[in-house]
Design a protein around this ligand. Sequence first.
Ligand SMILES: Cc1cc2nc3c(=O)[nH]c(=O)nc-3n(C[C@H](O)[C@H](O)[C@H](O)COP(=O)(O)OP(=O)(O)OC[C@H]3O[C@@H](n4cnc5c(N)ncnc54)[C@H](O)[C@@H]3O)c2cc1C
Length: 300
Amino acid sequence: MRDLTSLQKQINSVCELKYNEPMSNHTSFRIGGEAEVMAFPKNTDELADILKRASALGVKPRILGAGTNVLAPDAPLEGIVICLKDCLDGMQLLADDRICVMAGVTMTRAALFAAKHGLSGLEFAHGIPGTVGGGVYMNAGAYGGEICQVFEIAVVMQPDGSLRNVSRSDMQFSYRHSILEQTGDIVVCTVFQLKKTSAEEIKAKMKELMAKRSASQPLDLPSAGSAFKRPVGGYAAALIDEAGLKGYQVGGAAISTKHAGFAVNLGGATSEDVKTLLKNVSDIVYERSGIRLEPEVRIW
Ligand SMILES: Cc1cc2nc3c(=O)[nH]c(=O)nc-3n(C[C@H](O)[C@H](O)[C@H](O)COP(=O)(O)OP(=O)(O)OC[C@H]3O[C@@H](n4cnc5c(N)ncnc54)[C@H](O)[C@@H]3O)c2cc1C
């Protein structure tokens, strides 16, 4: 705590800080108590400065992108949260078939940028509400596409503020997982390798996938997308539906009646409501099917 006070004093002049900032304002679930300190660096220099000072004091910051896959606690969150959503902005066409995207850009913007240049491969990402940094960390995917399929290389910032390149093999991607979970490195920018295709074809595909999303997902209610990872040998939504759990409610949290894979905030849900809901659903499905569902959402 003493170290955090010292860090606050040091980084006050480095970037914008907010104290006792409600996490509910920064998560798509609209859930979460106050973060003791939230930092909003504007560029990589400011980010590096914060990390260097934090590392020297032994403080380990938490990294937040768009907060679309995070369940924040109800209790005050001690320490420092670094919010990258409105930082690290920008995209560039590198060659005929490659784009470089800064980590704070949303996946949808990246997909639209690729489409504008007639580059196919990111259509699946159009409609995923997170940032590219969060998407790379999570190896986000949808409708048969996954970040790892188009990822070529990324520049990451290590916890001491230094930069290094990571290749696709370094990333050790697997289903909704990358090595960043272990290293704590922060994605700064990513190069995607795509395929030249007609912009019309790409846009038509994105439109088709967006229509599927709107038709099947409860986009009118706060959520963090799929609540559970896809288990081996099945689909979480189907298992939950078969267990009769659509609409199952704990406090203000419920399994969506539109899509059984989504946990939604009906209004006033707490983090504890969501955690209990996920645990109960996982237990009921396990008793019925022998398949254990694991949360996809990152529980802070
Ligand atoms: C309506 C809805 C639909 C969704 N649909 C999909 C879908 O189809 N497919 C899918 O995969 N996901 C989906 N999601 C979940 C979510 O959008 C993705 O997981 C997304 O990649 C998270 O990005 P984020 O920026 O919001 O990350 P956050 O939620 O802010 O963070 C998630 C994790 O990534 C880490 N992180 C964030 N930024 C960085 C960075 N720059 N460097 C290192 N680590 C970082 C955080 O520390 C945290 O551990 C959906 C969510 C919603 C609400």
